[in-house]
Every structure is written in C-alpha cells, then in structure tokens.
Design a protein around this ligand. Structure first.
Ligand code: DGL
Length: 284
C-alpha cells in the first residue's frame, strides 16, 4: 500500500494524479489536520510532525510513503532518511521508504535528470531564464529550490515568493474571490521582484495546486506552470518499476485519514470531484 502524507488537504492535488495513474494500487492518505499548517513552524517541529505522520502510515500498512507536502519534503525528508528511517526499517523488519516531490519537480523545471549536474551544457542554453516559486515560509527558508536548481542550471535565476497565509486559507475553504485577491497580490509581488514575468512558475506548496486555475489566471499567459502532481506521479511510477520490494497493492483501496476533525471541505471536494470521507485517527 502507498501512503500519501500532507499537513492537510493540499496533498490531495498530488494524490488525485497518483490514483489516476495507478488505479489498481492501494492508497492511504493522511492529513495532519490537528497540526496544519506546517509552513510557519520551526524546522524541528516539522521534522517531528512528519516523522509522527510517517509512523502512523507505516502502522496502517503503508510500505512506501510519498510526502505530498513541499514543507515536509524540504525540511524533514533528508533528516528522516538519514537519522530515523534505517533503524525504524529494521524495527519493522520489512521494506519501507519515504520519498518526496521536490526532486521530480526540479527535474521537470530544469529539463534535466537529478543526477545531471554538469554545467558543460549551459553554453547552448541561451539567455538567462527565471523561475518563480510560490511556497510556504518554511520551504522558502530551506532554499532547496534555489540551491538545487542553481546547481543544475546556473543560467536560471530562482525568485521565491513566500505566501504565509495561503495554505491555511485553502485548508479552511476560503471563497474563490478572497483567494483570487490573495493570489493576484502574490503574483504581482513576484513579478515586481523579477522586474518581468517569470519564464516558469512552480506552485511549491501542494495546497496551491488545489486552486491552480486562480494562479494560471493571475500569471501572464506566457509563463509555463510546472505541474508538480504529474512530475511526482511519473517519478513514483519509475521508482516502483525499479523497486519491486515495495508492495503497492492491487485492490484499488482508498482510505483517507486525519489526525484532526474530519472536516467537510467544499473546496477540496470540488477539486476531488466527489465526496471525501476522512476517518479521524485517534492518537496512538
Ligand atoms: N501542503 C504543504 C506544502 O506543500 C504544507 C502547507 C502548510 O501546512 O503550511 O508545503
């Protein structure tokens, strides 16, 4: 079974594409709504909450977890993979792993595979390009997009626009008009910072993809929007093809669990195109 983790409903943007692309696989989605949003929290809290979420998903039977949360992936993935996962894997005595979504997003944005950090190709790549990243304050603070894109494509300049209030507004189902205003002001701020439109833009918080139509509308039409859910689904499918040890299941099971109150989010259900029945998970 594949586990999908986010602080809230944002990861459904990735989850929807994953279930479309792997209809036969079994999925369990965990929203840590008791602790959402993550984006304004200090790093140690984000690591601890992400670890707790992963433990719950492994306890529920997941073998492979996709962190469908940029904040968790940017801050917690590396520390968890190096400091916690090896011993926990031994304790469980079965193959388990946690993967993120930033690597595939950067691959899609740069047009290069992750391992390709050679700068020799750059001569042929033409004029300076810009990528605009909309993300939570914690993801912006991590500088992961900036550093990793620059390593691969020094011809690209990354501009980040932190959107401190946006994930919470989407999580709590703010109305479209309100969201439109907030998103337009962030797009305007990013373009003013660049002094032009961005060549590409990344919605570097999975909540934002729930309202990607509002971003697409606010951004200049020539700006290419990188689709993080598709990049993540492509990477997961490739990963599973090379790692038969992770059992993704084959009964098409879908479970949705939350650490908080199972709320009815019209915005999330519209995006999901149907009712979402979250079970409340009591503390372990
Ligand atoms: N959906 C998350 C992300 O991709 C987290 C938002 C939050 O909890 O602040 O960053």
């Amino acid at each position: 079974m594949i586990g999908v983790f986010d602080s809230g409903v944002g990861g459904l943007s990735v989850h929807r594409t994953l279930v479309e692309r792997l209809p036969q696989a079994d999925f369990i989605y965990l929203a840590d709504q008791a602790n959402t949003p993550y984006g304004g929290r200090p790093s140690d809290e984000i690591v601890a909450l992400t670890r707790a979420g992963c433990i719950r998903l492994f306890e529920e039977g997941a073998s492979l977890i996709v962190l469908a949360c940029n904040t968790a992936a940017a801050i917690a993935l590396r520390p968890l993979q190096s400091d916690w996962l090896p011993a926990y894997r031994q304790k469980l005595g079965r193959p388990i792993n946690v993967i993120g979504l930033i690597v595939p997003t950067i691959e899609a944005a740069t047009g290069l595979s992750w391992k390709d950090t050679t700068s020799s190709r750059l001569e042929t790549m033409g004029p300076k390009k810009t990528i605009g990243i909309f993300a939570t304050p914690a993801t912006v603070r991590s500088q992961v997009y900036e550093v990793e894109i620059h390593k691969r494509r020094p011809d690209i300049t990354v501009f980040q626009e932190p959107c401190p209030e946006l994930a919470h507004l989407i999580e709590t189902g703010a109305d479209h008009e309100h969201l439109r205003g907030v998103i337009e002001s962030h797009v305007k701020a990013l373009c003013a910072h660049i002094g032009d439109r961005p060549w590409e833009a990344i919605l570097g918080c999975t909540h934002y993809d729930i309202v990607s139509d509002l971003f697409a509308h606010a951004l200049p039409s020539a700006t290419k929007l990188i689709h993080q859910p598709s990049a993540t689904a492509d990477a997961l499918i490739r990963y599973l093809a090379h790692h038969a040890e992770y059992d993704s299941g084959h009964t098409g099971k879908r479970r949705f669990i939350t650490t908080g109150v199972a709320l009815q989010s019209k915005l999330a259900e519209e995006f999901w195109n149907g009712p979402l029945a979250f079970e409340t998970l009591l503390a372990a």
